[in-house]
Write a protein that binds this ligand. Structure first.
Ligand code: SF4
Length: 111
């Protein structure tokens, strides 16, 4: 036979369900934010505010903020020097900032 359930147990159980129901969406949003943060490339440079010389150099080498090829991006390039997390400097851009995930037509794989 089942044991009798006290009103306290029922209230606790309801509270637990309500708390779980209220917390579940927050957990999902939190996990999605963490996943998105891992995928989002670092923002190392604001292309709109660069000096004209940097804009011209970037245009001439076909600079793209985000590489479409996971095997070719700045952090794998011989001209890249790492700096802050996800960011670095490019020798071809006179030390201009690039994201590790950026790419240009002058990419040269590190030996
Ligand atoms: S040469 Fe191009 S791919 Fe290499 S670090 Fe500079 S911008 Fe990135």
């Amino acid at each position: 036979m089942d044991e009798p359930v006290s009103p306290f147990d029922v209230a606790l159980s309801r509270r637990g369900l309500i708390a779980l129901a209220a917390g579940a969406p927050l957990l999902v949003v939190g996990l999605a934010a963490v996943a998105h943060a891992e995928e989002a490339p670092a923002i190392c440079v604001d292309l709109d505010t660069l000096p004209a010389s940097q804009k011209g150099m970037r245009r001439s080498i076909g600079f793209r903020l985000h590489s479409p090829d996971p095997k070719k991006h700045c952090s794998l390039c011989t001209f890249f020097t790492g700096a802050a997390a996800g960011c670095g400097k490019c020798q071809l851009l006179s030390g201009g900032s690039v994201a590790a995930t950026s790419l240009c037509d002058s990419f040269a794989a590190r030996a």
